[in-house]
Design a protein around this ligand. Structure first.
Ligand code: PEP
Ligand code: MG
Length: 317
């Protein structure tokens, strides 16, 4: 099986019936682009931009950022690249951003993501300006999304500002339960959604993703998480707008099929996970993926959802 995979490593992601499910890479710097291309990534589903800011004692300039985004976009000529604007907060403090806010007892619930950017709008303006400039010089298909969006008003704010600064395809991450519950309105306010299952699981289960003692609670197989994802998938289908997944859940080969059954239109993961997810998608058609999603949604907990889906998969040749 491994040999067969190696023989055709670059086929696009699809289900057994041919339904396309683009397999994209999560990247943390432009240096990682070559590895993603080699792994068969069809584009980038999450480009985290924190690395440009975290070590810096002053904000990176528009020109510095443009250079880095240009390198990324060049590596994915003709392909989709989803860049996430800065996701900083008290857990990932920036010397120049957080001087005036200081310590927070609950950084996961604090001034992070779009909230922090809004409080320091020039940083967001510069980043969007640099992205639009890099886009104009290259031929990738650039989409830009905001992290930690909790309200429709925030989605409207980001979408308007991004368009004003020349971003053609703005979108929002869905990683807060309030955003998932209002997914239809969120998607009406913007062009696409990408579900961050790491934070969505953390906030749905009220279990700190960095705390080992509550790690057992942090399963994206939990039907509560899956119901929220189903809400977003249904909204995307209803409005004809893309709904990607960019959290770790997309790297689990069986859960990836469930996510497609719930309405995900693309999956983004670490490059190393792409081969196994590609092989898993090929085992099931769209009706089977939907059936697996229904089984998981009907379960009472994460373990039950996982075993029901595993049993279904084992019953398929
Ligand atoms: C997520 O929350 O699932 C996500 C993709 O973003 P990050 O892991 O960077 O918070
Ligand atoms: Mg997140």
């Amino acid at each position: 099986e491994r040999d067969a995979r190696r023989a055709a490593p670059l086929t696009p992601g699809r289900l057994a019936d041919g339904t396309a499910v683009p397999l994209l890479a999560n990247l943390g710097s432009a240096d990682a682009a070559a590895g993603a291309v080699a792994a068969g990534a069809e584009g980038v589903g999450l480009f985290r931009t924190e690395f440009l800011f975290l070590e810096a004692t002053s904000a990176p300039t528009v020109a510095e950022q443009q250079l880095e985004y240009g390198r990324l976009l060049q590596a994915f000529d003709g392909k989709k690249v989803v860049v996430r604007v800065l996701d900083a907060g008290a857990d990932k403090p920036l010397a120049f951003l957080h001087d005036d806010t200081g310590h927070e007892d609950n950084p996961a619930l604090g001034l992070r993501g779009i909230r922090a950017l809004r409080a320091h709008e020039q940083i967001l303006r510069d980043q969007l300006t640099a992205l639009a400039a890099a886009d104009a010089e290259t031929n990738a298909e650039l989409w830009v999304m905001a992290p930690m969006v909790a309200t429709v008003e925030e989605a409207e704010y980001f979408t308007a500002l991004a368009r004003e600064l020349g971003i053609r395809t703005p979108g929002v991450m869905i990683e807060v339960p309030s955003a998932a519950l209002l997914a239809d309105r969120m998607l009406q306010a913007t062009d696409f959604a990408s579900i961050g299952t790491n934070d969505l699981t953390q906030y749905t289960l009220a279990a700190d993703r960095l705390l080992g003692s509550v790690a057992a609670l942090q399963s994206p197989w939990n039907p509560a998480v899956l119901r929220l994802i189903a809400e977003v998938g249904a909204a995307g289908r209803g409005l004809g707008k893309p709904v990607g997944i960019c959290g770790e859940a997309a790297a689990d080969p069986l859960l990836a099929v469930v996510l497609v059954g719930l309405g995900a239109t693309s999956l983004s993961m670490s490059s190393a996970a792409i081969a196994d997810v590609r092989a898993s998608l090929l085992r099931f058609d769209a009706a089977q993926a939907a059936a697996m999603a229904d089984l998981a949604l009907a379960a009472v907990g994460a373990a039950e959802a996982h075993s029901a889906v595993r049993a279904f998969a084992a019953g398929i040749a």
